[in-house]
Structures are given as structure tokens and as C-alpha cells.
Ligand binder design. Structure first.
Ligand SMILES: [Zn+2]
Ligand SMILES: [Zn+2]
Length: 238
């Protein structure tokens, strides 16, 4: 049977937010796992409790730039950011968005809504008011368009979205959907629908400790079960 190797981890956190290790620890762990590429993609500035912003974000970016130089030739170190959906079509994207190598967008709790349309989304998540997965997808897709996201992390987490619709739009927009290896949020049927839509997947560890960088076990199991390795953009046959 054909096996696949995931060679890049675009989704890792550090002690700059609520993770445990340093950016350097993540890089060393990625090398140990035999990855070709690792990104540190901290929580965006809009998260009330663990968003990285201001001078702290500048310090992190400086650290990543020097790690990139130091490890040149042994691993590709990238500067990422996991932005928050702050409302319908809204994110906490910083003004220097283009200085980042990879922009992930995720729906998280703990973000102050910035417009009234967001209440629709927040109502479902916090007050358990039943929302419309199609409308939820539209809100997140509009947000992804506004920040020109590369990846949408853990779709369905905290907020159910219409995956076939999201996948169709993401194919058109060139956005990848994440199979999150901390908690798989996509069912087998949804993974198959993503493939049918011609949309690509990306596997991310969402590591909050250095030990978990490059840990793709849960996501790999889900991808194998659905038989969709061929659409995983950060995996290759081995
Ligand atoms: Zn997240
Ligand atoms: Zn994350």
C-alpha cells in the first residue's frame, strides 16, 4: 500500500501565545521529525487572551527572521500567523499582511465581535442558537477573502459550516482546508466532498508544545480512512 510523508508543518504555536516552547524549540523539533519546513503561526492580535500583538509580535517576527538565517540549508523556517474571524467577513489581519509567508484563518472563541453581522455567528457558538451552516461558511469565506488567507484552520470547530460549499469556494479562491491533527473536525464524508469539489487539503499539527510539532497522527488516520492523500498539498508518496 502506498504511504505518504507529511513534509511541512504550517501550524505551530509557542510561548508567545499560550503554547509551551520557544520558536527555536519548534524548529529543533521539526528537524528531529525530518520535516523540510516549519512555520510558527501564532494567534492573531484580535484574540483577547492569547493574541500576539504590538511589540511582542514584532519581537517574534525578529526571532523568526534570525532562525530562518541560522537554519538555512537544514530546514525552511517560515513566518506565519493564525488570524481570527472577528465578524462576518472580518479578521484581525495586521497592516503588514504581506510580510507573512503563510496566513491561516480560524474561527475561535475569545474574540470580540466587531460588527452586528457577527452576532449571527456568535449567537450559535456562545448562546447555542442554531445557526445556518451555509451562512456561517459565507461569513468565514468573506473573512478569508478580506485577509487573503492561504489556509482555513479546523473548519467546523465551534461553528458548523457547509463544507461542500466552503470547499467549492476555496477551490475558486485558492485556499486550502486544514485537517487539524490536534482534533479532526472533518468527517469522512466531508473529506470526500472536499475532494469532489477539487479543493486541496493541508495537514497541520496545531502544536502548542515543541514535542507535538510534526505530529500528524490523527489527521493522517482520517485522511487514510477517507482515501484522500492525493489532495494533501504538504504530503508526498514515500
Ligand atoms: Zn486555531
Ligand atoms: Zn492554532
Amino acid at each position: 500500500m502506498q504511504t505518504y510523508k507529511v513534509f511541512a508543518d504550517y501550524h505551530t504555536h509557542t510561548y508567545y501565545s499560550h503554547g509551551k516552547g520557544s520558536p527555536r524549540d519548534n524548529v529543533l523539533s521539526a528537524i528531529k521529525r525530518g520535516l523540510d519546513l516549519v512555520a510558527v503561526s501564532e494567534h492573531g492580535p484580535g484574540h483577547l487572551t492569547y493574541g500576539v500583538r504590538g511589540k511582542k509580535l514584532a519581537r517574534l517576527n525578529g526571532e523568526l527572521a534570525s532562525l530562518c538565517r541560522e537554519f538555512e540549508g537544514s530546514i525552511d523556517v517560515r513566518r506565519g500567523l493564525e488570524l481570527n474571524v472577528t465578524g462576518f467577513g472580518k479578521t484581525d489581519c495586521p497592516a503588514d499582511r504581506d510580510a507573512y509567508d503563510v496566513i491561516i484563518l480560524g474561527y475561535h472563541k475569545g474574540v470580540a465581535p466587531v460588527n452586528r453581522l457577527a452576532l449571527h455567528i456568535w449567537g450559535e457558538s456562545l448562546l447555542k442558537i442554531k445557526g445556518d451552516p451555509h451562512r456561517n461558511a459565507e461569513g468565514i469565506l468573506a473573512a478569508a477573502e478580506s485577509c487573503r488567507a492561504d489556509i482555513i484552520s479546523h473548519p467546523n470547530l465551534y461553528l458548523k459550516v457547509d463544507i461542500p460549499y466552503m470547499a467549492e469556494c476555496c477551490r475558486q479562491m485558492g485556499i486550502l482546508l486544514e485537517v487539524n491533527s490536534s482534533r479532526v473536525t472533518l468527517s469522512r464524508d466531508e473529506l470526500l466532498a472536499i475532494k469532489r469539489a477539487g479543493c486541496g487539503l493541508i495537514i497541520g499539527s496545531d502544536a502548542h508544545t515543541p514535542e507535538r510539532v510534526g505530529d500528524f497522527a490523527l489527521a493522517s488516520e482520517a485522511v487514510s480512512d477517507a482515501g484522500v492523500w492525493d489532495i494533501v498539498k504538504n504530503a508526498r508518496p514515500e
